[in-house]
Write a new protein. Structure first.
Length: 280
């Protein structure tokens, strides 16, 4: 793991356009370890620890919004000298990725959103949504390890049949801590993913597991429909996966990711060329 300023990250060196992976609310950069062997070995992959996770410092605001995480990501990419990247967001990471792409479209080659968290649309500072409050209360009452043991099975399709995946998810989730988790839960409460997607100028695709009970397929279909038509990539539903999609079905997820990029990268190039033509 490397630390750049206040944000820590893991990197697998490679060539070409970097793939930047943004984890969900109950995970961290290590959660992508199962996926890496299924990605092209030539691909440069950067997985961050979101502010308040792993070795990353928490944000200053008690109730941050998605744009605050996007600003932290911009700072990390600046320090790494990365001008443009492919963004892969999972769950809460989809809110961060979409907020970044909306603000800095010239820095995003393509966007892939997995297990989309739509957000609860609560105004910052108002009463927390029931789901966000329950997350914070459970972590404080149970502690990280018991909290992870209780929640991890919900993220896996057929958890009794996949105890090794449940254990993997629980191991990552047991590393969450305050204040980072509380900040992330409040960001989820105020999130408005559909608004950010509707304003996109970057090609975007969606991947979801059909067994996802946390961010179910119908919510991901809403997210996919919100992407403007001319930049809308595929919607891929994986039958063998739950919410922890790239941990439960890493090979299938890698194939879906490749299919999304195969279709959206040419669109990204044409959009970029058109933009340069208008400004040239």
């Amino acid at each position: 793991m490397k630390i750049s300023g206040p944000v820590a990250y893991r990197e697998r060196p490679g060539r070409g356009m970097p793939l930047v992976a943004l984890h969900g609310i109950g995970s961290n950069s290590a959660g992508f370890a199962e996926l890496l062997p299924h990605l092209p070995q030539s691909c440069r992959v950067i997985a961050w620890d979101a502010p308040g996770y792993g070795a990353s410092q928490p944000l200053a605001a008690d109730w941050p919004v998605a744009a605050n995480y996007a600003e932290a990501l911009a700072g990390l990419l600046d320090r790494m000298g990365i001008d443009r990247a492919i963004l892969l967001g999972h769950s809460l990471g989809t809110l961060m990725a979409a907020a970044f792409a909306r603000r800095w479209p010239d820095r995003v080659e393509a966007l892939v959103l997995a297990s989309c968290a739509l957000g609860h649309g609560v105004s910052p500072g108002a009463a927390l949504s029931e789901g966000a409050k329950a997350r914070i209360d459970e972590l404080q009452a149970l502690g990280p390890e018991a909290f992870a043991a209780k929640r991890a099975p919900r993220l896996v399709r057929d958890p009794d049949g996949h105890p090794e995946v449940v254990a993997l998810v629980a191991s990552n989730m047991a590393q969450v801590r305050m204040p980072g988790y509380g900040q992330a839960a409040r960001m989820l409460a105020s999130g408005r993913l559909l608004d950010d997607l509707a304003a996109l100028a970057v090609p975007a695709s969606v991947i979801v597991g059909t067994g996802d009970m946390m961010t179910p397929p119908q919510a991901n279909r809403r997210a996919h429909k919100a992407i403007p038509g001319r930049i809308r990539g595929p919607l891929i539903e994986l039958p063998g996966a739950g919410h922890a999609i790239y941990q439960q079905e890493p090979a299938a997820f890698a194939r879906a990711l490749a299919a999304c990029l195969d279709q959206t990268l040419p669109v990204a190039n044409s959009v970029q060329a058109a933009s340069q033509g208008m400004t040239g």
